[in-house]
Design a protein around this ligand. Structure first.
Ligand code: DON
Length: 573
């Protein structure tokens, strides 16, 4: 199952992703007043326009969130959920959790048949896979509390893109093409994303009139335009007519949670990242705490010894991730232990310099979860407010169903829960008790919108999609900036590797390891599997193109879009 998942990922990668990222990198995109990096060029343009019009990074972040729901339907959404890590110019740090929730009628065994076996596809496809959407609540919460512009102004660009349509590029068409079969099975999706049953071609215009109407409802009524009234009624009736369990009561009770971010330090820099119900910040900090005592800069970028220590740090941190974490309203997350530097020292004492750990001997536990598509965007404004957002439908196009009449594609986030303890879910993953389904509970996530600080000010804004590989990709970018002195584009471009405890193998991108480095590591017991590209990092470095470097002229913001994906864009002004 897992092999199939990663094979599938490579296929997707070959359709939508570029291949040539390993040569010298172009200079980061530089600008004086602000920077926006998103996975779609039209959404980036919307964000820059909002900044130019005097909006702050939160205004731009909300506008981008709505715009991506139109121009990047594979992951941008109104029908999903996500996280925003926020650092304000005055030094305040906060985190908005607008993750989907299990509907009130959900139960721990809802995806099992009468014999207690998992029903294939039940938690991934169709209306029963849908969690209560959080995105609109989250974007509105952010705007009301931390934004400055009126709602109508930040939603207008998305309405325009939906109403008038936009011209599809080859990579837009490639993404839509991944779901042609699924769209054919869902009439409301087919009516939008297919033309008389056939896929769109590059150069054609995608118009989404229903989505424009839904966006206008939100523009007029705020969250109530989505969670109440005609849109809500359409969401509920679509679900109930198609085997789902979404009820008006679920929409009534949905609230964005404002939480304290997870924080730790790495070689004097501050790390501000996602707390539970994400595993991202905890796992990232645990890996960095383990690595801090190793002389990575002296060992050299991707030397056998440095790679070995990083793989072992990943292996140990992911065991804990898989065993202990879940929605903090439902389970106690042992954060103080997992984030403790003394605990990291204990782990280091178990890491042998020239011998790979054996995952099953470290501790029996459970394996992590990945999905197919998600998106991250990073924004900084002229005042120094920094916004790091990852949001998702979970799989590409989520449950691949649209609520009739709304234009809203729905998530399949329920599959991030433990469908059955001890039994692999549809991705071949086995998860634990802390993450079982309960009414109103949020499923465990890997999404890691992160801000790295220096002297109390934001230095790096970073995040990515990629399921369980999100956390290690964010770690690589941080190490590349702090330990290896790369500029932000080099740090994003550099090849990555990923270990997640189980399977007991390390996934390597092309050119990540030279043959002789790989041979040394194999002689220490490491084993490798070649992987496609799972991530699309969007990052901003503040102050200079590289940490400790010189600013270029008056430019203060340096953006990097991951070249692994050819729809994104870094743009400043
Ligand atoms: O929350 C999570 O961890 C997953 N739903 C994210 C899925 C994802 O990143 C897939 N992207 N490629």
């Amino acid at each position: 199952m897992r092999a199939r998942f990663f094979a599938g990922l490579s296929l997707v990668a070959s359709i939508i992703l570029h291949g040539s990222v390993w040569a010298a990198s172009p200079a980061p995109v530089a600008a004086e007043n602000g920077m926006v990096v998103t996975a779609h060029h039209l959404a980036t343009q919307v964000g820059v326009d909002v900044l130019k019009a005097g909006g702050n990074a939160v205004d731009a972040g909300v506008a981008v969130g709505y715009a991506l729901a139109v121009v990047y339907p594979v992951a941008g959404n109104l029908g999903g959920g996500g996280f925003m890590t926020l650092m304000l110019a005055d030094g305040r740090k906060t985190f908005l959790d607008f993750r989907e929730k299990a509907p009130l009628a959900a139960s721990a065994d809802m995806y099992l048949d009468r014999d207690g076996e998992v029903v294939p596809g039940a938690s991934t496809d169709g209306h029963l896979a849908v969690g209560v959407p959080g995105t609109v609540s989250g974007l509105q919460y952010a705007l009301q509390k931390y934004g400055t512009l009126p709602r109508g102004k930040v939603i207008a660009p998305a309405i325009r893109l939906a109403q008038r349509g936009f011209v599809l590029g080859q990579s837009d068409v490639g993404m839509l093409g991944m779901a042609t079969q699924a769209f054919r099975k869902d009439a409301p999706s087919a009516a939008i994303f297919l033309q008389r049953g056939q896929p769109y071609q590059a150069g054609q215009r995608l118009v989404q009139k229903d989505l424009a109407r839904t966006l206008r409802q939100i523009s007029q009524h705020g969250s109530a335009g989505f969670y109440q009234g005609p849109v809500a009624r359409a969401l509920v009736s679509s679900s109930q007519a198609n085997g789902g369990i979404l009820a008006q009561a679920d929409l009534d009770q949905y609230r964005t949670r404002e939480l304290a971010p997870v924080e730790c330090s790495y070689r004097g820099y501050g790390i501000v990242s996602a707390p539970p119900p994400s595993s991202g910040g905890v796992t990232l900090c645990e890996m960095l705490n383990i690595l801090e005592a190793y002389p990575l800069p002296e060992l050299g970028f991707h030397s056998a010894q440095a790679v070995h220590y990083q793989i072992e740090a990943m292996r140990h941190a992911y065991v804990d991730r898989n065993s202990y974490l879940g929605d903090p309203d439902f389970v106690d997350n042992p954060l103080s232990r997992l984030l403790d530097k003394g605990y990291a020292a204990q782990i280091r004492s178990k890491i042998v310099k020239d011998k790979a750990g054996i995952s099953m001997q470290i501790k029996p536990g459970v394996a992590p979860h990945e999905g197919d598509n998600t998106t991250h965007y990073s924004i900084v404004d002229r005042w120094g407010n920094a916004v790091s957002v990852t949001y998702t439908l979970n799989g590409a196009f989520g449950a691949k169903v649209t609520a009739a009449g709304t234009g809203v594609l729905l998530n399949n986030e329920m599959d991030d829960f433990t469908v059955k303890v001890g039994v692999p879910n549809s991705y071949g993953l086995v998860q634990g008790e802390a993450n079982v389904i309960a009414p109103g509970k949020r499923p465990l996530s890997s999404m890691s919108p992160t801000i790295v600080t220096q002297d109390g000010k934001p230095l790096l804004v970073v995040g990515t999609p990629g399921g369980s590989r999100i956390i290690t990709a964010v770690m690589h970018v941080i190490l590349n900036v702090i330990d290896y002195g790369m500029d932000i584009q080099e740090a994003v471009d550099a090849p990555r590797f990923h270990q997640q405890w189980l399977p007991d193998t390390t996934f390597v991108e092309r050119y990540a390891l030279s043959p002789d480095t790989r041979a040394v590591l194999e002689s220490w017991g490491q084993n490798f599997r070649d992987s496609g590209y799972a991530n699309h990092v969007t990052a901003i470095l503040i102050g200079a193109p590289k940490s400790g470097g010189e600013a270029v002229g008056n430019d203060r913001y340096y953006g990097a879009n991951d070249p692994r994906h050819n729809t994104g864009l870094a743009m400043g002004y």
